[in-house]
Design a protein around this ligand. Sequence first.
Ligand code: UDP
Ligand code: MG
Length: 315
Amino acid sequence: MLLSVVIPCYNEEENVQLFYDTIVHVFGQLMENTELIFVNDGSEDRTYTYLKQIYEESPYQVKVVSFSRNFGKEAALLAGLEHAKGDLTAIIDADLQQRPEYILEMMDILNKHPEYDAVAAYQEERKEGKVLTFFKNCFYKIINGITKMEMVRSASDFRLLKRNVVDAICALPEKCRFSKGIFSWVGFNTYYMPYTVEERAHGTTKWSFWKLFIYAIDGIVAFSTTPLTVSSLLGILLCIFSGILMMIIIIKTLIWGDPVAGFPTLASIILFTSGIQLLCTGIIGQYLAKNYTETKNRPVYIVKDLLDSEKNKEK
Ligand code: UDP
Ligand code: MG
């Protein structure tokens, strides 16, 4: 049985060798039946040099898929899964925040419980600020509320997938890939395993608050059209409200005449309605933008260079 391990790397020059040494040490004998797939997501530092060195020196199966530029982690994950040949495929970060030991635990779980198709690790306690935790909680509440899927809070991309799950994920043709949603959308029996996240070995996270915020909006737009329904509902509610207001004004004018008053009310109403209009146009715009990107049908990533130790052996 072959195990593929997908490792997305973006500017991880200080981590890749350390990661390689750690996984080789932890896996031991298992490395004979493991292929490591490093996806170099357009790193601007020396990540590629180190990956090439690993590829050249490693006695094990190593693939290095290099992108022509930085396409983002989602693209790197897809590339890794598409290049994975294993009966089981694990996804793990290069920064050693996720200890490779857990992959062995995941394999144990799948061996003991053959009814499961995937194991997803989730963080038991999050090592992050209260504000971020609050926003993340809100995101999961919203997305689970408006989609029919159950996205488990704190479940990461750190997973072990059986072949059928990998095939299902790779078969999805969409270009805007929100992997948290895709993992839930494809279904299958997933076992959720708690794990403790480590500190980053070197370097810093690539996620700022705004990147996360935009990622969250992307996720909602990719998996639900409820915001469109909400904007239509808002429109209907405003129509009813303005109808009632008009009636009141007509009746007041008929009974008490037409004293010139109510400018502040008028100004507030105009601001309020134009705000709602902009919000709704924005929501529609989000969907239109997604449509636009999808119809352009550009590839999710472009491979500049592929190093594959298996192919070399065949030559
Ligand atoms: N990563 C990537 N492309 C990107 C950003 C990140 O391949 O554009 C990789 C990164 O090298 C790491 C993993 O995705 O292996 C997780 O990234 P990071 O540690 O920055 O995220 P965090 O752990 O803070 O969620
Ligand atoms: Mg990390």
